[in-house]
Design a protein around this ligand. Structure first.
Ligand SMILES: [Zn+2]
Length: 148
């Protein structure tokens, strides 16, 4: 093999190496998430007698891609309230101001939606026997979270 060929091969190897490095860097780079995507959905809150009703509960669950039973249970536990889900609405059987509800939803988002590694909201919550796992679709991280 002539010297010329060897250096051509070396160049190819160098080029490949650079490509591999670039790809590796892309994989560890934090995912760019627009602030818009991290904004919480607005809750429509109404009061019926002694109950607080989140009217668009089903839509919120769909936006966050979470099982309504999980989010309902989180609200119930966080507020120490009994609750029920009827026709896509969440009924909390006590009166709570909108700010309180908002901070509960924020807490849920922070712990059960947003990836703690890269900050992406594109995650899946998987129920295991004794715990739950947050699996990130953006960076692939699997984070253990407290069971709800
Ligand atoms: Zn992630």
């Amino acid at each position: 093999m002539a010297d010329g060929d060897v250096s051509e091969i070396e160049k190819d190897v160098d080029r490949l190496y650079v490509q591999l490095l670039e790809r590796a860097f892309q994989q560890v780079k934090p995912v760019q998430v627009s602030p818009e995507r991290l904004k919480l959905p607005e809750m429509r809150v109404e009061y019926e007698g002694r109950s607080t009703v989140i009217m668009n509960f089903k839509a919120i669950c769909e936006i966050l891609r979470r099982d309504p039973r999980i989010l309902a249970s989180y609200f119930g536990k966080s507020l120490g309230a009994s609750y029920s889900v009827e026709e896509g609405r969440l009924y909390l059987h006590a009166r709570y101001p909108p700010d309180t509800l908002k901070s509960v939803l924020q807490g849920f988002f922070r712990r059960y939606v947003k990836c703690p590694i890269c900050g992406s909201p594109d995650t899946e919550l998987i129920r295991k026997q004794r715990r739950m796992e947050l699996v990130c679709e953006a960076c692939g991280a699997v984070s253990a979270v407290e069971k709800i």
